[in-house]
Design a protein around this ligand. Structure first.
Ligand code: ZN
Length: 226
């Protein structure tokens, strides 16, 4: 298994997508994005990549074909195929990578506020259990750089379900979706020692694309392969 989280360096895209933007839906030059995806494939050491047209829901697709592909209307992918990198694109949402070493199964999930609320990661884990006979104690989870509570200010009407994960400073409310995501995983048996969380806040660290900070910008990714 190999995994990585890309940053914004080493690609061909021009500002405001400079430079390793991996997303085709953000009005970047598509030939630059294709070159960037080739850079990603090389970094990962793989020929084929599977991307998602992510929609902040909780549908999950099992990848069964070894080819370059983009799955529409999906926020999580699972496979036991060797030689294909599963990719989740983000610019503040949590890129979640999962690995069951014993059964050789990998997955990615796109976990923004809506995805976390819909328990996209737990649903992905449950599908690994039901469809690939994974056991929770064998699943390792990697949460990549994402917007943290230092920067993630929200309106009160978007806090439902996150009551335990808010802090208030004066008039402002900040939300911690990472902690809720981690607690939810632990509630179904993922062990704390098997959860690795990047300390990086994408909105604070300009090495990463951040929609909250920059608006029109690119997407970096979490990618994993067997
Ligand atoms: Zn921050």
């Amino acid at each position: 298994m190999k995994y990585l989280f890309s940053d914004r360096f080493g690609g061909s895209s021009k500002p405001p997508f400079d430079s390793l933007n991996l997303a085709l839906h953000v009005e970047d030059d598509s030939s630059a994005v294709q070159r960037n995806r080739e850079v990603l494939a090389k970094m990962l050491g793989v020929q084929k990549l599977a991307f998602m047209d992510q929609v902040h829901k909780s549908n999950i697709k099992v990848i069964t074909e070894l080819k370059n592909q983009t799955i529409k209307q999906i926020d999580a992918l699972i496979t036991n195929l060797k030689g294909i990198g599963l990719c989740v694109m983000v610019a503040d949402c949590i890129p979640v990578l999962l690995h069951d070493e014993l059964n050789a199964v990998i997955a990615v999930a796109h976990a923004g506020r809506n995805g976390v609320k819909q328990k996209i990661v737990n649903k992905t884990i449950q599908k690994m259990l039901s469809q690939f006979n994974s056991k929770v104690q064998n699943i390792k989870v990697y949460l990549g750089p994402s917007i943290k509570s230092c920067c993630y200010e929200v309106k009160e009407d978007t806090t439902q379900g996150f009551e335990k994960y808010l802090h208030v400073e004066g008039e402002k409310i900040y939300i911690d979706i990472v902690s809720k995501c981690v607690d939810d995983m632990q509630s179904i048996g993922i062990e704390a020692k098997n959860i690795e969380v990047s300390p990086i806040c994408t909105c604070c660290d300009e090495s990463y694309f951040s929609y909250r900070r920059d608006g029109k910008t690119g997407r970096f990714c979490g990618a994993i392969m067997l």
